[in-house]
Design a protein around this ligand. Structure first.
Ligand SMILES: Cc1ncc(COP(=O)(O)O)c(C=O)c1O
Length: 482
């Protein structure tokens, strides 16, 4: 029985009315064209974006499932991987594939690690990997799917992983170490060379997650910025993920997963020779794969080129510097850690930073919120260049708007104290009740994005994270219902 009012369409609509319905659906979406969105959208400028879009359309219906039927796609994938391998100084025996994004690339690296030990270290029955706490949740997700357990290592005060603490976690089941270049929360690069040395000493695989930096760090290194080594120049790095749909400025659905050897990549593959439907072989997670993002990734590299990426990187880094300077000129405000590139977060001592975030959102600037410590996050890319003054003006206004608020009056703090008190004695199931309130905050009701402070305040206050996980599961369930 259909619960909502949505029914399977009786008759096909004409394209015009269908398209106007689609356009109407977009009206409530966040807008990005004014350069007020950070991360989520990467746009290289109208000429380049148009070329990428045309490449995308050219292959919108092609299927990369069968590498012999659409050999063009196989070639485009191999060439894209080769170009990124060149950028990241891969050695002669490198191998790689295009996936649909950072999460899939990470999933593949973890799957390859698991199957590698199955083959080469059959004594390891319960494989484990060790990751910095700041590593992207995609590693935890991959752990859930693959059965590889993830152990988290803490940070040193500079927000990079503590290598000595990481080493303490190495045991007889350890398969893989990971590092981020850079990590999402603070934009810092973990000590890749030290971890690689440790990986070599313990004979472990080592994945560097450069989903954010893979198509950016090499260019700022060329521009003379101080970038610690993070790629295949470091002996001991066995795989790297680098996203085309972030600083590669390609269409969504493209990331490169690279290995230092064909032998390791083979553990990523899935084959089934006993299926009545025929011999089945699939390199990555998906079966049917759209040709569009593959063609678009290739087109982005070709149409932008090293000179284009360098120009954008230079612009983005000077925007980043101006923004960081402006933020730190506000009393009490500071950048967390020492970000290497254009990804950073900031907090302050004298205002509720989540409330500042809400006030910014009211003014059209949507920044992600971080927790432990509470902070606001920025990923600066090409579209944000030239909007520094506007942003800093909005930030000063947002700070002013929350100036008068005594901390105890801020909505998030009221909620924090209530929830913290309740979370001590209420059963786990009770927290599901909170999720309907949370969902409406997420859904744009009751102030929409601008009420994030309340929503975040609520969850940050709950000490038992499994209660928060329960709320989040419930929220997801509600959001993905008609
Ligand atoms: C460092 C890092 N790794 C992995 C990912 C996952 O990428 P995706 O969202 O494309 O799956 C992200 C996304 O922001 C990231 O910042």
């Amino acid at each position: 029985m259909n619960k909502g009012h949505i029914r399977f369409p009786e008759k096909g609509h004409d394209a015009d009315s269908m398209l106007s319905e689609l356009r109407a659906h977009r009206k409530g979406d966040a807008s990005w064209r004014e350069g007020r969105m950070f991360g989520y959208i990467y746009h290289a400028g109208s000429r380049e974006a148009k070329a990428v879009e045309q490449a995308y359309h050219l292959f919108w219906n092609e299927n990369a499932l069968n590498p012999s039927l659409f050999s063009s796609l196989r070639q485009l994938e191999n060439e894209t991987v080769a170009m990124v391998a060149d950028l990241l100084h891969a050695g002669e025996d490198y191998a790689g594939n295009l996936t649909t994004g950072g999460s899939e690339s990470i999933m593949m690296a973890v799957k390859a690690g698991r199957d590698w030990v199955r083959k080469h270290r059959p004594d390891i029955k319960e494989p484990e990997m060790i990751a910095p706490v700041t590593t992207h949740p995609a590693f935890s997700k991959a752990a859930e799917f693959t059965g590889v357990k993830v152990l988290y290592a803490p940070l040193t005060p500079d927000k990079r992983v503590d290598v000595a603490e990481m080493e303490k976690l190495i045991g007889k089941n350890t398969v893989m170490l990971t590092a981020s270049a850079p990590c999402f929360p603070y934009g810092v690069i973990d000590p890749v060379e030290e971890i690689a040395e440790m990986a070599r000493r313990h004979n472990l695989l080592f994945h560097v997650d450069s989903c954010l930096g893979g198509l950016f760090l090499p260019f700022i290194e060329k521009l003379g910025f101080d970038v610690p080594l993070f790629d295949f120049r470091v002996t001991g790095v066995t795989s790297i993920s680098a996203d085309m749909h972030k600083y590669g400025y390609s269409a969504k659905g493209a990331s490169v997963i690279l290995y230092n050897s064909h032998a390791l990549r083979k553990s990523q593959y899935f084959v089934m020779s006993s299926w009545p439907g025929g011999l089945y072989a699939s390199p990555t997670m998906l079966g049917t794969r759209s040709g569009a993002p593959i063609a678009a990734a290739w087109a982005a590299l070709k149409t932008i080129g090293s000179d284009g990426y360098l120009k954008m990187a230079e612009k983005v880094m000077s925007t980043t510097a101006r923004l960081q300077e402006g933020i730190e000129s506000i009393p009490g405000f500071r950048i967390l850690g020492k970000p290497v590139m254009s990804v950073f977060s900031f907090t302050c001592d004298n205002h509720d930073i989540y409330r500042v975030g809400d006030e910014l959102a009211k003014r059209g600037w949507n920044l992600d919120k971080l927790q432990f410590p509470a902070a606001l996050h920025m990923t600066i890319s090409n579209m944000n260049a030239g909007h520094e003054t506007e942003f800093l003006q909005a930030l000063r206004e947002a700070v002013k708007a929350t100036d008068g608020e005594k901390i105890s009056e801020a909505s998030s703090h009221v909620l924090i104290s209530i929830v913290r008190a309740l979370s001590k004695w209420l059963p786990e199931a009770w927290f599901r009740k909170l999720s309907s309130r949370f969902t409406s905050l997420m859904n744009g009701k009751g102030g929409g994005r601008a009420t994030g402070a309340a929503a975040y305040g609520m969850t940050v206050a709950i000490d038992n994270r499994s209660n928060v996980d329960e709320i989040m599961l419930d929220v997801l369930d509600r959001l993905y219902s008609v």
